[in-house]
Ligand binder design. Sequence first.
Ligand SMILES: *Cc1c(COP(=O)(O)O)cnc(C)c1O
Length: 649
Amino acid sequence: MNAQLKAPEAASDGRHTVDACFLGPYGENDTLLEKLVVEFLRDHVYWRRNFHPEDPPAISTAAAQHPEYLAFEARMRRELHQLSAALKKSVPFHSPRYIGHMASDLLLPGLAAQILTLPYNPNNVSEDAAPVTVELEVQVGLQLARMLGYVHDPARPDCAFGHLTSGGTVANYQALRLALALKAFPVALQAAGVPDIVLPEDAWGAFNLAPRESTLLVEQWQQWLAQASPADRRLWQARVREERIEQRGLADFFAAHPTLQVPKVLAPITAHYSWSKGCKLLGLGRAQLELLPERGMRVDTDALEETLERCLREQQPVLLAVAVMGTTEYGTVDPIDGVVAARERFAARGLGFGVHVDAAWGGYLATLFRNEDGSLRTRDEVASGFTAFPSPDVYAAVAALGDTDSVTVDPHKLGYLPYGAGAFICRDHRAVALLSEEADYVFHGDAPKDYLGRYRSLGQFIPEGSKSGAAVAGVYVTHKVLPLDHAHFGLLPAQTIRSAEAFHARALRFAEEMAGVVRAVVPFPPDSNLVCFALNPAGNRDVAAANAFVRRVHDELRCDPRQPLQNKQFFGSVTTLRPEALGEEETHRILDALGLDVATLDGEGGDKLMILRHTLMNPYLIDRENGISYIDLYFDHLAARLRALLAKG
Ligand SMILES: *Cc1c(COP(=O)(O)O)cnc(C)c1O
């Protein structure tokens, strides 16, 4: 088919595809969504009626006339109307005037699939409760694995595995849980004294294998069990289970292995606070989370190297090195390639650890780097249509995703899907066996289960129990309608990158135009689609005063539940730049550019710098239909508000 069909699409930047993707800021696609919802609600009803057509209706048609029925209906309507009215105070994520947090309009295929699925109420805890959507969830894992460059053919023994979670926080928690299981498992094999399996000599060696090696041990162990007699199998399974960290608990495990310390998690200082939560939840303790300094808001690989050297010297094991693809505050991309290279070097020296990429925000940017056949695009190919994206560093980082051990991606962020959809994907599904609650899950009767068969009881592996199958359906259908490559789903992130580049250019012009009024600085060029903007009233040298000013600006740009939304022209957000994160050189550079005195940087409201933060994910920021740029309108508005605030004094 394609060549002919595709030509006009390419010529229009996929604009007309995007036109059909969302309900739209004005509700332009309302009839489309309405038709879908009504059609599939009716379809659901027919399904009920055709289940056992011999069963008569249990609710009589006369019931609807009964006063109690009518009273109930009236109460329900009243409450629903009140809810609907109250919800009008919601944050207008759909509007191109909203450039605050990581939320926007919702993709119609996902929204419709979710609404369609809700009345069937599948529970993805297991196939018994979700015969259809559990399989879709496993497929979503493979779709995301392909986007990331992992092996995604279930026929291959080293195929990846992914599942959905309620969000990125829980996906990150799953990453910690799996990494710990994988790290401690060889120690259990060793302590149990399993015959025939070759292991390092001591506990330190076993605890510091590279994740790839530990994964192969899991497989060897299962093969060993498969050939053992039933009695031996039960015996050795019990022995190994007794030695596992999941069975003993951290205190007992580390008491039994005094040469081992509780491992550290190394994450950039820009990491999301879910890493702190995760270390607490897993019982590692917040003290085990070591935050690494960065350069230009990307983790400093030299500092990583030094930290790893120190860990090796002090016999301090490392659980995971976390790299962020699209930091929550700045949209920057860590040098994933550099972190992977460090993993290889240190594994060779006996300090094995996993690399996890927290791509909760930036994960779907990877679609821009994929051809339709799944291969990686060259940097030049990705770069066409953009001014600066992807920088060589960003390209190298994304190209290295396939070499990492696991990744978090949030479909409810740049996937434009409703909340309750995060995802965890690990490179090699064989590792996941360690999470199973059922020790002998591989054996079903006598036949080992195939890939899909294993994951039919998803609840064995995931942090949650009961889980929305409707959310899964939304993600699956979206990935089918918009496959995760540059020509399909990639249309959406491409637009956000173009918006961010336009926003960045406009911000630089704004800084020139407003030079006499405020000093305005983009503290570092954006890696992706978040752009930060630092402001200081002209002539002011005091950091605390600059922060107070930015806070007043933000008060005008944020949702205030006590005021009608329509009073707001635009919505933005704020974040901070912390000197301890920036390092001295960067801090001086940025404060100098703003005309701020470094000496005023301490205590009482001046220990960090407040800056405006803009998320450029709305698909309608540049309205070509009406020739409106909401980016220009935003800067016009900002200029007027800054002048007014300064005039008030
Ligand atoms: C949003 C985010 C998270 C947390 O995800 P939730 O879906 O809010 O739980 C974690 N890491 C990063 C980088 C994020 O941007």
